[in-house]
Design a protein around this ligand. Structure first.
Ligand code: 3HC
Length: 316
């Protein structure tokens, strides 16, 4: 008698035994769909995330700062490329996922819909935003999907450098003149709460967490990661002599964690629905980049086609 393979059971066994799911492996449609959604949104975040920082490249206060910022922005473009490639291993078309973002069908991180008003914002984005991204993405190095987990390993190494360069900028300002310290405090005041929102809604409100945890796409819930980030970041702010803008923030000896105040989830929902201070400007910039780059894509395609034709002719 021929044995019928139970693909779903094989998939679940692999998840159970921590064997990565690779591009050619069978996977449930919903697992594939969740990954396409999450990874493409992650890729969009990396690419949109270049905009608020690129805004300061021409105004960086020294050549050293400019070089580091340029490198950081280029790294983010690279992260987008690894992630779009990981999405393609799942059978999705990169162009389609990008169109989904441009047409408002796909999200990108809430955080990039806030403006970078001063140089201190560039330091604070590195410190808090890249810090929060690392907190989430170190967990994702252990995700069950092979291509995503491998992309995460490299991305995390680069994000660590970004976090350090940001913290160093803020440290310089915090130890500078009273005006510079005030600028650092002002940036912290504006970026703290949106950074906490980056981890997503609380576990009770999260649409996808339960299933994603079962499939080991996510290895920790949104609330746990947010708490770990707060516990790590509060001492860093204390070291800088800066104040976290949360009157309810207090060490809880019993829990072994900081208690913190209520997050404004209405603001979060408003921003991810497209109504944050910079949503329209970010999408306008991304669409313009796509339109203005059309001739480059056409030229590259024509060149590749011509090269393939020549190769085929010389092989004939
Ligand atoms: N910004 C925008 N939307 C968010 C969000 C955020 N910070 N957090 C959650 N959401 C959205 C979800 O996408 C989902 O909407 P959808 O169904 O339309 O996709 C909805 O809110 C409910 O949230 P869930 O908790 O159910 O969603 P997830 O299970 O996907 O968890 C997540 C959210 C923790 C952000 C997860 O998707 C994740 O880990 N993503 C990968 C990491 C990532 O995207 N990071 C972007 C950070 S920026 C970055 O890396 C750039 C670097 O340079 C700093």
């Amino acid at each position: 008698m021929t044995q019928v393979r139970d693909f779903e059971q094989e998939f679940l066994d692999k998840i159970e035994k921590e064997v990565k799911i690779e591009a050619r492996d069978w996977m449930p449609d919903a697992y594939r769909k969740t990954l396409i959604r999450q990874i493409s949104q992650h890729a969009h975040s990396e690419v949109v995330g270049m905009l608020p920082e690129a805004n300061w490249i021409t105004r960086a206060p020294s050549l050293r700062r400019k070089v580091a910022l340029l490198a950081k922005v280029q790294d983010e473009a690279g992260h987008g490329l690894y992630l779009y490639s990981a999405v393609e291993t799942l059978g999705a078309k990169r162009e389609d996922t990008i169109d989904d973002m441009h047409e408002g069908r796909a999200k990108y991180s809430n955080i990039f819909n806030y403006p970078t008003l001063t140089w201190a914002d560039i330091g604070t984005v590195g410190w808090l935003v890249d810090g929060a991204a690392i907190q989430n993405q170190v967990m994702l190095t252990r995700t069950s999907h092979g291509p995503y987990s491998r992309a995460m390993v490299r991305i995390c190494k680069e994000e660590s450098f970004h976090q350090r360069q940001g913290y160093e900028i803020v440290m310089t300002l915090a130890q500078g003149t009273p005006e510079q310290k005030e600028m650092a405090q002002d940036a912290l005041n504006r970026w703290w709460w949106p950074s906490l929102m980056m981890f997503g809604p609380s576990d009770a409100e999260s649409t996808h967490s339960q299933q994603s945890l079962a499939w080991k796409i996510k290895r920790q819930g949104n609330d746990e990661l947010r708490q770990e980030f707060i516990d790590k970041t509060v001492p860093q702010a204390e070291y800088l002599g800066l104040t976290i803008p949360d009157p309810d923030l207090k060490w809880n000896e019993e829990r072994g964690h900081y208690d913190f105040g209520k997050i404004n989830w209405d603001e979060f929902l408003n921003v991810i629905k497209g109504n944050g201070p910079m949503n329209r400007s970010r999408l306008r910039a991304r669409k313009a980049a796509k339109d203005n780059g059309a001739w480059v894509r056409e030229a590259a395609t024509a060149y590749a086609e011509k090269k393939a034709k020549r190769k085929a002719q010389s092989a004939a």
